[in-house]
Design a protein. Structure first.
Length: 387
């Protein structure tokens, strides 16, 4: 391609560019990637390839202003008109148009010509690796979209099946899937080199934000527990309307606060027991398995699911109630649940300040634990009756 022709096309591209995630630097990276890919291909029409690389994103402005438009289709038409207006022949303009209109990853319109396939790969390479991550984050920040969204239970979503836009959603929807869809040998080689960087970044970021939420929420709830407010119940587990209780304050006779216990049984028949933190009352003793007081406004099932996750890291879709018992001395109304899980036995999490160890034991071992070992002796009665 002659320098004056290159300058003409480049200047038109510069007039059209505005989106910083798809700015002129992106255009040049795509062009240079295409030159690299083309070195091992035969019969490449470099005139078409260079022109298509320079103009492939000139429809971005229109799509940004009207998201219903496809920048590839708009860009192809704009490029065709520009080339015809500047006395390029129809055949050349059509070839460039095809390259541009088939370069978009999400479109059901695969590139057919060699030049179109090279452009497709060169553009996709710029969405891989560290550069792809950076461009995505830049764009998400520009349009005001978050890094991640939260699941209904407050955990950080990894982006899978999310409808709400976020960086994690874009990674799972697009970036993660880029690496198996390259048309050229060299394009595939470059993408594979970049893949490890992208995967490592995503995994590290997901781990960091998830740990922050999981640990931080537990610590916050622990801090807030110093001012824990409970609902009041009678001995028949009926809510006493208009009466609330506060942790640490005396509870009147005939009034109880709700406590939920959860027995965890693995699908292989073994039961999970947790050791109380040495700093707690009855420190060092074992519990089967998790439990705690219900907050004001919290149902027994909601309390049980929360306590189970906080103290073991196990999330249950369903819990089965197995019994109820009232402790008059402690003013506690206990609701007992059974959780049956197929979780990885090594995945149990300890709650800082609450638990220090865990074990999986068979039913007989659990039933034979003495009162100086197992603090939740009441649970043995329910476990003995379980089938």
């Amino acid at each position: 391609m002659k320098q004056e022709t290159y300058n003409l096309i480049e200047n038109y591209m510069l007039e059209c560019m505005g989106d910083s995630a798809h700015d002129k630097d992106h255009i040049y990276r795509v062009l240079y990637n295409a030159m690299d890919i083309a070195t091992i291909e035969k019969n490449v029409d470099y005139e078409v390839l260079i022109c298509a690389c320079l103009l492939h994103d000139i429809g971005r402005k229109e799509q940004f202003e009207n998201p219903k438009l496809c920048h590839a289709m708009v860009g192809g038409e704009k490029a065709y008109r520009f080339l015809i207006d500047n006395h390029f022949d129809n055949v050349f303009a059509d070839k460039v148009k095809h390259c541009i209109q088939t370069h978009r990853y999400r479109q059901n319109n695969p590139p057919k010509s060699l030049e179109a396939q090279i452009l497709f790969d060169a553009d996709k390479i710029d969405a891989t690796g560290a550069v792809g991550i950076a461009r995505t984050l830049f764009y998400k920040g520009t349009v005001g979209e978050p890094l991640y969204s939260l699941l209904p239970d407050g955990r950080v979503s990894d982006g899978t099946d999310n409808e709400k836009p976020s960086f994690f959603q874009e990674y799972k929807y697009k970036l993660e899937k880029l690496y198996d869809r390259f048309y050229t040998k060299r394009g595939n080689e470059i993408a594979k080199e970049h893949q490890k960087t992208a995967v490592a970044f995503y995994n590290a970021m997901l781990k960091e934000v998830s740990n922050s939420y999981d640990r931080g929420l537990c610590l916050l709830e622990k801090q807030m527990s110093h001012m824990e407010i409970w609902d009041a119940y009678d001995k028949n587990f009926n809510l006493i309307e208009g009466v609330t209780l506060k942790r640490g304050e005396k509870i009147s006779d005939g009034v109880y606060h709700l406590v939920c216990d959860i027995i965890v049984r693995h699908t292989d028949g073994e039961y999970l027991i947790m050791q109380r933190d040495a700093r707690k009352h009855y420190g060092g003793m074992w519990e089967a398995t998790a439990g705690g007081s219900a907050f004001a406004g919290e149902s027994p099932l909601q309390c049980a699911m929360r306590e189970l996750f906080e103290e073991t890291g196990i999330r249950a879709n369903t819990l089965t109630e197995v019994g109820r018992v009232v402790d008059n001395e402690c003013h506690s109304a206990y609701v007992e649940y059974l959780c049956i899980t197929g979780c990885d036995k090594d995945s149990v999490k300890l709650q800082d300040g609450e638990t220090s160890d865990y074990r999986w034991v068979d039913k007989d071992t659990l039933l034979n634990m003495k009162n100086d070992e197992l603090i939740t002796q009441r649970m043995q009665c329910f476990i003995d009756e379980l089938k």
